[in-house]
Design a protein around this ligand. Structure first.
Ligand SMILES: *[C@@H]1O[C@H](CO)[C@@H](O)[C@H](O)[C@H]1NC(C)=O
Ligand SMILES: *[C@@H]1O[C@H](CO)[C@@H](O)[C@H](O)[C@H]1NC(C)=O
Length: 439
């Protein structure tokens, strides 16, 4: 700050002295030089003085420039300063460093939105959300379901809402609180009956008002897919209409908190499972159709592999091709990309590789205890941009473990950045604390 003030003051004096210099030279013509020797000498002296001052200024500016970039280096996140973000990282480094972060944890390093999911069954997420609240722009606790009860619609989940935690978050930062609601109501009824649609929208808006939420994250697509709604073009249109109607209703509710003007709607979308879009996939036309009514799309780019098909959790190339498919490459893609929250998993998988397939998700403490126990060698898989390691258990069964690392996360943040997109993390309580250091 001091350096900046100083150099701007100096440079303003330099511009006035250079204009003085050109004025001083203007009146002199070849004829008058001899008769005005004294004046000439005087001008030369001034010229050298000005030249000296300008050189000094250039030198100072260079000096301040290097000084200020050096300061930026010191402000690099702890994990970068320690050289931990790399391909050839070791299990030892993970064990030693996983809870160490920069001294100043309120500094953000990723400028785009960060949506963090939290689940009631993992209290670690609630604590991490408080600790790193300034790195998170959208918080989505997984609390609600909208269900049928007889012929009635009801919103379940208020009992999950933790008011103490909400007010702690409100005091600490500006993260928007958008609880997730899963639409479990029987789709055919809901979409076909105007009264039920209005009821659903009312229930959601009333809950936001009463609990002072900033909006919601809505998940319905996978359920609609399961019910075959998306294979029928009339029903599909009704489904899109419903989301639009909900978004417009939410946008018309004004809020005074946080400088935000209205309730927000984030919509959960799944990545296509194959190279070509299937009829039921959420595609680019759907994105365009909902663009104005929805504030963001939480794109679930994880779970690429499964126990039946073991491998990386979210190959980087697949994330890239999904984004390409959804937002395209044209001039509009940046605008569309800005509403996408690219999904990033904070959990991993421990797959069984011999004697029958199996295994499944693991979270931070399970991962760390595998590292302690097996002292594995990490391998970097270039195509997916993920680390993994192999180990064999007591019964000599081979396992392959895929779990995010600083390097795999850094590359995904970079990918999101190139699309102008944010990220959405499932689920923060399942990750290592130093993951937050790169955001
Ligand atoms: C990391 O943190 C642990 C415990 O918080 C501490 O004991 C250790 O010295 C730290 N490591 C480094 C390299 O600073
Ligand atoms: C930490 O970072 C924030 C954001 O960059 C800054 O406003 C704050 O002054 C920093 N705090 C300290 C103690 O350096």
């Amino acid at each position: 700050m001091a350096a900046k003030k100083r150099s701007s003051r100096i440079s303003s004096s330099s511009s006035s002295s250079s204009s003085r210099q050109s004025e001083a030279f203007k009146p002199s013509s070849p004829d008058s030089v001899k008769s005005q020797t004294n004046r000439h000498r005087w001008l030369i002296t001034i010229f050298f003085i000005v030249f000296f001052i300008i050189s000094l200024l250039i030198y100072c500016q260079r000096y301040y420039y290097t000084a200020s970039t050096a300061v930026v280096d010191v402000e690099k996140p702890y994990v970068y300063q320690r050289g931990l973000v790399k391909v050839d990282s070791t299990y030892r480094e993970v064990i030693d460093e996983n809870s160490n972060v920069s001294e100043n944890i309120s500094r953000r390093h990723f400028g785009n939105p960060v949506l963090a999911y939290i689940t009631p069954w993992n209290s670690k997420g609630y604590d991490l959300a408080k600790k790193f609240s300034s790195k998170i722009t959208h918080l989505s606790p997984v609390w609600y379901e909208l269900k049928n009860e007889g012929s009635e619609l009801v919103l379940h989940g208020r009992h999950n809402a933790d008011r103490g935690w909400i007010s702690d978050i409100r005091m600490k930062g500006n993260a928007l609180i958008l609880p997730r609601i899963v639409l479990e109501a029987i789709p055919l009824d809901l979409l076909k009956k105007k009264k039920l649609r209005e009821k659903a929208i009312n229930l959601i808006i009333m809950e936001c008002k009463e609990m002072e939420y900033d909006g919601i994250v809505l998940e319905s697509w996978s359920r609609w897919m399961a019910y075959g709604i998306l294979h029928n073009s009339d029903m599909r249109n009704l489904a899109l209409q419903f989301i639009k109607q909900l978004g417009e209703a939410m946008h018309s509710v004004n809020l005074e908190r946080n400088g935000k003007t209205n309730l927000q709607l984030v919509y959960v979308i799944g990545p296509p499972r194959t190279d070509k879009l299937q009829e039921h996939d959420f595609g680019p036309e759907d994105l365009q159709a909902l663009y104005d009514a929805v504030d963001g799309f939480s794109l679930m780019t994880y779970d690429y592999s499964s126990p039946y098909n073991p491998g990386p959790n979210a190959p980087l190339k697949w994330i890239r091709s999904t984004l390409h498919l959804l937002v395209g490459a044209g001039s509009k893609s940046r605008r569309l990309g800005e509403k996408i929250f690219v999904g990033i998993n904070f959990y991993g998988n421990d797959f069984v590789m011999s004697g029958g397939l199996g295994g499944g998700p693991i979270i931070a403490h399970e991962y760390l205890s595998l590292l302690e126990q097996h002292k594995p060698v990490f391998q970097w898989e270039e195509n997916s941009a993920e680390h993994f390691f192999l180990y064999s258990d007591n019964q000599h069964v081979q396992h392959a473990v895929f779990y995010p690392t600083l390097m795999s996360l850094a590359m995904r943040l970079e990918e999101a950045r190139t699309w102008g997109a944010g990220i959405s993390i499932w689920e923060i309580g399942q990750g290592l604390e130093y993951f937050f250091d790169i955001f």
